[in-house]
Write a new protein. Structure first.
Length: 295
């Protein structure tokens, strides 16, 4: 049996049920803000903040439902009570920060953004505060960066766990009989397609919403290599959830330093420039034979 046949065979009834539950409610939640205003309006943004946060938990809820009621297994099989190798959690936090630093440097090197010596985003934020608050832009910038790499990842992990429990904690192991690389690739593609309704509304690639659906597939496949490695090393959804939460916290930090930038091409880890850092990490894991994970 070739690997394609093995991959096709991996889409069992539980896996298909998982995909239906993970996709349909999430896509409804992704589209819900459109009924409350046009993109950019306060009503739209407020609804999107709530409904999209709920959508992030649909894959996790699907994993819980299918495990308990379709497969008739104990929820402990999803390893929510397991952390695995503790040292891996340092890489789950540290590597996304390095990825974002590389993205920022490449954005500057390729001339994809004009360096903003005035830190306009920070300065504009300060303009909204009372005049008697003695806060300099550099202090606020330092606070923003510090919170993005310390407290924000921990908070974001609670939301990212919803996705990682589904994509890495449930789906990835089901696809592993076809081979680790095939399972990582397919789970990454599925994860990218899941984002489609949000991408079409301007998430990550606002200037190219239709092209952005395909750009997102590249991003999720590349990022999926790192997140899958974290899961396979720990057999716990918490490690990829921490990395996912860190990425969500720090992904846009380079934007604080640039003006006149199209975020499709540079400035964020989801941009085309950001793919370079993701590809470097993926290449390193394969080069060092960290993937496939032997255990």
């Amino acid at each position: 049996m070739n690997r394609f046949s093995k991959l096709k065979k991996a889409f069992t009834a539980p896996v298909l049920t998982f995909l239906v539950i993970a996709f349909l409610p999430a896509w409804v939640l992704f589209l819900l803000p459109l009924f409350f205003g046009s993109p950019g309006s306060i009503e739209y943004q407020t609804t999107a903040l709530v409904s999209w946060a709920l959508a992030m938990w649909m894959p996790g809820i699907a994993a819980l439902i299918v495990t308990r009621f379709v497969e008739k297994e104990k929820l402990t099989t999803l390893n929510l009570g397991k952390l695995g190798t503790k040292g891996i959690y340092f890489w789950a936090w540290f590597v996304p920060v390095i990825m974002v630093l590389i993205t920022g440097l490449l954005t500057w090197a390729f001339g994809l953004g004009k360096f903003d010596s005035e830190f306009s985003i920070i300065t504009d934020s300060l303009a909204q505060l009372p005049d008697d608050l003695p806060i300099s832009p550099l202090v606020l910038l330092a606070v923003q960066i510090a919170s993005s790499i310390t407290l924000a990842p921990l908070f974001n992990t609670l939301f990212a766990l919803g996705e990682e429990l589904g994509w890495r904690g449930f789906l990835l192991p089901k696809l592993l009989p076809s081979g680790q690389t095939e399972a990582i690739l397919m789970s990454g593609i599925i994860w990218g397609v899941w984002h489609a309704p949000a991408i079409l509304q301007g998430l990550n690639y606002p200037e190219y919403p239709i092209l952005g659906v395909f750009l997102m597939l590249v991003f999720t496949v590349l990022l999926g290599v790192f997140l899958s490695w974290l899961y396979l090393e720990t057999r716990s959804p918490w490690a990829p959830a921490l990395a996912h939460g860190t990425i969500n916290a720090v992904a846009s930090l380079p934007m604080l330093f640039f003006l006149e930038m199209d975020i499709t091409w540079g400035g964020t880890i989801a941009s085309v420039t950001g793919w370079v850092s993701l590809a470097l990490v993926a290449a390193y894991l394969y080069w060092k034979k960290r993937i496939p994970v032997e255990k």
